[in-house]
Design a protein around this ligand. Structure first.
Ligand code: ADP
Ligand code: ASP
Ligand code: MG
Length: 418
């Protein structure tokens, strides 16, 4: 008898029929004698709808109130799923994040989980009850409702699994595992049986939204056994999904490149003609950090005649704010000839732990893009990743040609030598 946390995403609970199906799947596991904590997202599209309503009233709604609105989506699905479970004759009980007491910090719309009170959940589990918890939400020390950032129900699931010491955290979604690339963009993409935690972390951080990055961070920190599965497989005939592994040695032998990720959610800001002097990066990025805006890629050109150009990327949602911050500091903290913003960019990343031991992968990537006439605007690398910023209009083409160039559609593809 295992303790399993199952998380069901928006599409999986997108209609009353689908909620009924989730209930049947949960019942199946319960009948096998497992103890179950079920975490649900809002119905597909609901969080967007709720945020849209708020934005009809204000261009930049108050973040505290935005969370009050956004958190309601998951309150609906916990109630509906619990009703469906009871209809199947099972004992179940729903909890909002606040009712559990999933304590977070106060960073509205992107709060971090600090602690989870296990008392009520353990009581219910011990009584043989199925516990249904709202994903994506918590409560801060002052009692304010908080949300965990888009896709945050994954993190709720993994955090609950970590807190309760669950045997496995199963993320049920609309694909049957983690693929070599988003199967919506690359039809030939292949499901991976296993992927290392490090690679999954990199893929998630580079934009593969199949798992929210914080959920992978949490899983790594607490060594949660994490599996991605389809909620559309027949109950009782479940595919194996993708297991996130913590043993690198085996995977090492299998793949050089494990996947391609992309991100359309960034924007580029270029500060042109700034003095090429010590402290200039700090003068530009310091105020950005103070405004709590995350910076991703940074490029500073080689200076000429005492001046240089400085470019960086931020999340698209924070792009206007970043430009405003820079305009306010220009002429005070730093001089600049021009500030240029471009939100029509996209980032494509190739990820694989085999990069540590194989050379020539970057040049293969650059050649593949060059052959298609795709200009690379920025490059960044880590030990297991090469990422490039390109014009957004080439994104899908770039992902497909890279998938082909690295032969990711072939089983054991990573074994491709360069
Ligand atoms: P949920 O609502 O269940 O949380 P998401 O839409 O957040 O589902 O995540 C699942 C989606 O992630 C898939 O439908 C797929 O389009 C996308 N995705 C992106 N990259 C990958 C990948 N490498 N493998 C599988 N799915 C991916
Ligand atoms: N409902 C939230 C969202 O759409 C959280 C989630 O689905 O994980 O972002
Ligand atoms: Mg998701």
């Amino acid at each position: 008898m295992a303790l399993i946390v199952q998380k069901y995403g928006g599409t999986s609970v997108g209609s009353v029929d689908r909620i009924r199906n989730v209930a049947k799947r949960v019942a199946h596991f319960h009948r096998q004698g497992h103890r179950l904590v079920v975490v649900v997202s809002a119905m597909a599209g609901e969080t967007n709808r709720l945020l849209g309503l708020a934005r009809e009233l204000a261009a930049q709604p108050d973040p505290r109130e935005l969370d009050v609105v956004a958190a309601t989506g998951e309150q609906v699905t916990i109630g509906l799923l619990t009703i469906a479970l009871k209809e199947l004759g099972l004992d179940a009980k729903s909890y909002t994040g606040a009712q559990v007491r999933i304590l977070t910090d106060s960073a509205h719309t992107k709060a971090r989980i600090l602690d989870i009170d296990q008392a009520k959940l353990r009581g219910d589990l011990d009584a043989g009850r199925i516990v249904v918890v709202a994903g994506f939400q918590g409560i801060d020390a002052e009692g304010n409702v908080t949300t965990l950032g888009r896709g945050g129900s994954d993190t709720s699931g993994v955090a609950l699994a970590a807190a309760l010491g669950a045997d496995e955290c199963q993320i049920y979604t609309d694909v049957d595992g983690v693929y070599t690339a988003d199967p919506r963009i690359v039809p030939e993409a292949r499901r991976l049986d296993r992927i290392t935690f490090e690679e999954m972390l990199e893929l998630a951080s580079q934009g593969s939204k199949v798992l929210q990055i914080r959920s992978v961070e949490f899983a790594g920190k607490y060594m949660v056994r994490l599996r991605v599965l389809s909620s559309f497989d027949e109950v009782g005939a479940q595919g194996p999904g993708t297991l996130i592994t913590y043993e690198e040695d085996q995977a090492m032998e299998e793949a050089i490149i494990s996947g391609i990720a992309f991100n359309r959610d960034e924007a580029k800001i270029s500060v042109m003609g700034v003095p090429d002097r010590p402290g200039i990066a700090y003068a530009i990025l310091g105020p950005i950090a103070e405004a709590n805006i995350d910076v991703d890629m940074i490029v500073q050109n080689i200076g000429a005649s005492g001046h240089t150009d400085f470019s960086f990327t931020v999340n698209r949602g924070e792009y206007r704010k970043a430009l405003e911050v820079l305009e306010a500091q220009r002429g005070k903290q730093f001089e600049a000839r021009e500030l240029i913003g471009d939100h029509r960019i996209a980032k494509v990343s190739v990820v694989g732990i085999g990069m540590r031991s194989h050379v020539g992968l970057a040049s293969r990537m650059f050649k593949t893009l060059a052959d298609e006439g795709i200009n690379i605007q920025m490059i960044s690398t880590s030990e297991i990743k090469i990422a490039v910023v390109i014009d957004e209009k080439y994104l899908e083409l770039a992902v497909r040609v890279l998938h082909k160039a690295f032969e990711l559609e072939k089983d054991g593809s990573g074994a491709t030598q360069v």
